[in-house]
Ligand binder design. Structure first.
Ligand SMILES: Cc1cc2nc3c(=O)[nH]c(=O)nc-3n(C[C@H](O)[C@H](O)[C@H](O)COP(=O)(O)O)c2cc1C
Length: 183
């Protein structure tokens, strides 16, 4: 796969199973996060790789957070299953820093770039991923369990694994709808 093919053909796959990336492949994924555009070289994000028993720990926080908002047993049971939609979840959260030239929104963009770069590195190496947020990204119980400060944000949960089911190639939107050219 060429770099251009990766850019043009990348897609998300919600159907993920074992194996998750490990060893050098995982290191490449994490290195990709460290290679993103980063104004001021602040590395304004933290990354947590969650697998194995870690998924159970994450689930405890998902369930606790859901219980704090509802008594609906269907929703609570659903929350208990969410983290097991992939064998690995990579969480990216901001590590905001005060900087005279780099406002927080630029730091959040860098965190998003890190997440996207990791998804690309997964696809480039034969794995797949899906960027998810949802309520769990904002619940204080989940942030606390992950050690994310109140003032920081979870940019996303990158669900990672191998394809359990191929998904049909997507037709991408035409760039003409979004692009104007000044000349
Ligand atoms: C910041 C962000 C948060 C997202 N959160 C969710 C989510 O919680 N659930 C979901 O189904 N898709 C979510 N998505 C969208 C998917 O990651 C994916 O991009 C979308 O399904 C389109 O698929 P594609 O990447 O193959 O084009 C999110 C995307 C971004 C950029």
């Amino acid at each position: 796969m060429t770099a251009l093919e990766l850019l043009l053909k990348r897609f998300s796959n919600p159907n993920l199973t074992e194996p998750a990336p490990s060893g050098l492949v995982l290191e490449n994924i994490l290195d990709a996060a460290m290679a993103v555009p980063d104004h001021g070289a602040l590395a304004p994000f933290d990354i947590k790789v969650i697998r194995g028993d870690g998924l159970h720990r994450l689930t405890e926080s998902f369930v606790q957070a859901t219980r704090a908002t509802t008594q609906d047993t269907v929703k609570i049971e659903k929350a208990a299953k969410m983290a097991f939609r992939a064998p690995m979840i990579i969480v990216v959260s901001t590590r905001y820093q005060q900087h005279p030239k780099v406002p927080h929104h630029e730091q959040l963009i860098t965190a998003g770039c890190a997440l996207h770069a990791m998804q690309m590195a997964c696809v480039a190496q034969g794995y797949q991923g899906m960027w998810r947020t949802g309520d769990f990204a904002t619940y204080p119980e989940v942030k606390e369990a992950l050690g994310v400060k109140e003032c920081d944000q979870i940019a996303g949960f990158l669900y990672v694994g191998s394809s359990a089911r191929e998904i049909p190639e997507k037709r991408r939107k035409d760039f003409e709808q979004r692009v104007t050219i000044w000349e």
